[in-house]
Design a protein around this ligand. Structure first.
Ligand SMILES: [Fe+2]
Length: 202
């Protein structure tokens, strides 16, 4: 039986080899570089697994950003609808946090490496970083709707791309990511109407 270090070395070497990453560029202690896919007995081809992991990591980075945007707005919301938005934003935060875990663990079970830390997420996400200060609730809602739209568009597009080779990922993207984001968008948009704000233009 291989020692733990030899098993790690083997996995690292396979992953680096698959991704074409020179081992000299892999930081010490890293057993699998980001962007690589280790071989797992899941009857999924290397390129299909790598493609799914890459698409999922983009959606993961965007989902982690949206999750944190919800907590920021949960804390900083103000105005006559404070209590309603305070609760709604936290409910959506928790649902996005559940999605983050599902997406990250799907990347790992495909043999990939999930993006995890805030600094790496900030570099990867396509969702605009908000100011550190407090914003009006109408601006908060617009930011959230824009972020949802980014994720919805990507989930729809990528679910179709991976459907043939990796229906498990397509199922996650449609059944969990897409439907959760569509539902949360509905709740935000209805509040916009009730608050007298304009709905976002196409
Ligand atoms: Fe709270």
């Amino acid at each position: 039986m291989k020692s733990a270090s030899k098993q790690h070395r083997s996995r690292h070497t396979d992953a680096a080899e698959i991704a074409g990453v020179p081992e000299s560029l892999v930081p010490p202690g890293v057993i699998q570089p980001y962007g690589t896919v280790a071989r797992l007995p899941n009857s999924l081809g290397k390129s299909a697994a790598r493609k799914s992991a890459e698409k999922l990591n983009q959606i993961l980075a965007d989902t982690m950003t949206l999750r944190d945007l919800y907590k920021k707005h949960h804390w900083q919301v103000t105005g006559p609808w404070f209590y309603q938005f305070h609760l709604l934003f936290d409910k959506h935060f928790n649902e996005q946090a559940a999605l983050v875990d599902m997406i990250a663990e799907r990347i790992q079970l495909l043999g990939g490496v999930s993006i995890a830390m805030a600094a790496h997420v900030a570099a990867q996400t396509r969702i605009e970083t908000p100011p550190i200060g407090r914003e009006d609730v109408s601006v908060q809602l617009s930011r959230l709707l824009n972020a949802h739209e980014v994720i919805i568009a990507e989930a729809r597009k990528q679910s179709a791309v991976v459907m043939d080779d990796d229906p498990g990922t397509a199922d996650l993207l449609v059944g969990d990511v897409l439907r959760t984001n569509e539902l949360q968008t509905w709740f935000l948009a209805e509040h916009l109407v009730q608050s007298g704000f304009s709905e976002p233009q196409e």
